[in-house]
Design a protein around this ligand. Structure first.
Ligand SMILES: [Zn+2]
Length: 322
């Protein structure tokens, strides 16, 4: 604990007196996010990323609001991942078993897409430091570990983003606040020996992954939880996390697989509940004067328009669209 830290310290040290939340919200997007051929009926809703971009444009966002990321370098990945794992995935020598665990077929396009998506989250962290808030239109690969990936997650963009943010003077501790319905197991383990990264996960207790890891704070939620109880838990978790971690920056996983219509989650949170959750997170960051980088996390409804509408709540809560 850094007792002498003032929550508003960043406002003065990094932004030289300018408010931490200015009117610029940075959106990070690349068309490649949705450009991947998957087998017919594959569980992964690859079209949703372009769908979110289109939804934001229809809601009044401008093309100039979007920043296009470059692919993350293989060197940068090694800040978190084993070099052999990085090279086996990127050169295609990765084993069939490891690919099965990932749940996505290997292809050169998958590699390209992954590197851009992860680069996108790292860029989102940098833009958050500049502007107070930044949102990637993908990301949240919290089931990725040092030497293997699982559950559609290859490289852990959340930890990579946090580590990159920590290179900024004045940022000594990053809070990863993970509200995806699945536990942020990879994030928890990757950060377990790193006091500069404080991990919090709110997730359905009886859901993937079967074997949970230990975050700094875990909130295992009962199946079937509805808005009131869920939002109360989010509020308590935020208060506890900010008081305990005293973070200088936040990486927020805004997974919407908590939604009542989701195919892979077992919670019963409404679309309005998702909006209110995201609002609680942004308001807490604003109150404490810390920048927040958000990723969209999981969301698995077969109807892409319905799914996009739930993900759109994040951008409503951030004030990007009405
Ligand atoms: Zn999930």
């Amino acid at each position: 604990m850094k007792q002498d830290d003032q929550p508003t310290r960043l406002t003065n040290s990094i932004n030289q007196g300018t408010p931490i939340f200015n009117n610029m919200t940075s959106l990070v997007f690349h068309p490649i996010y949705s450009q991947l051929n998957l087998p017919k009926n594959h569980r992964f809703p690859i079209q949703k990323y372009q769908g979110i971009k289109d939804r934001l444009m229809a809601g009044g966002a401008n093309e100039r609001d979007f920043v296009q990321p470059s692919p993350i370098s293989l060197d940068a990945l090694q800040a978190v991942h084993d070099s052999e794992y990085v090279s086996s995935f990127t050169d295609g020598s990765i084993s069939d078993k490891a690919i099965r665990r990932l749940g996505m077929p290997w292809s050169e396009q998958f590699v390209k897409r992954t590197l851009h998506a992860v680069g996108g989250t790292v860029l989102t962290g940098q833009l958050a430091i500049q502007n107070g808030i930044a949102l990637n239109l993908t990301g949240g690969y919290h089931h990725a570990f040092a030497d293997f990936g699982s559950g559609f997650c290859v490289f852990n963009d959340i930890v990579l983003c946090a580590k990159q943010m920590l290179k900024t003077p004045g940022i000594d501790r990053v809070l990863t606040f993970d509200c995806d319905v699945h536990q942020g197991d990879g994030t928890a383990l990757l950060a377990s020996n790193n006091d500069a990264i404080y991990t919090v996960s709110l997730h359905c207790e009886k859901n993937f992954p079967a074997r949970k890891q230990h975050s700094n704070l875990d909130f295992p939620l009962a199946k079937g939880m509805t808005d009131d109880e869920y939002l109360y838990t989010v509020e308590c978790a935020l208060q506890l996390a900010f008081n305990t971690a005293v973070p200088d920056a936040v990486v927020y996983d805004a997974g919407v697989d908590i939604h009542e219509a989701d195919d892979l989650g077992y919670l019963q949170v409404s679309t309005q509940g998702v909006y209110e959750r995201d609002k609680l997170v942004f308001e807490a960051c604003k109150r404490h004067g810390v920048p927040v980088a958000a990723v969209i996390g999981g969301g698995y409804q077969r109807n892409i328009d319905d799914l996009v509408e739930v993900h759109a709540q994040l951008y409503r809560a951030a004030g990007v669209i009405a």
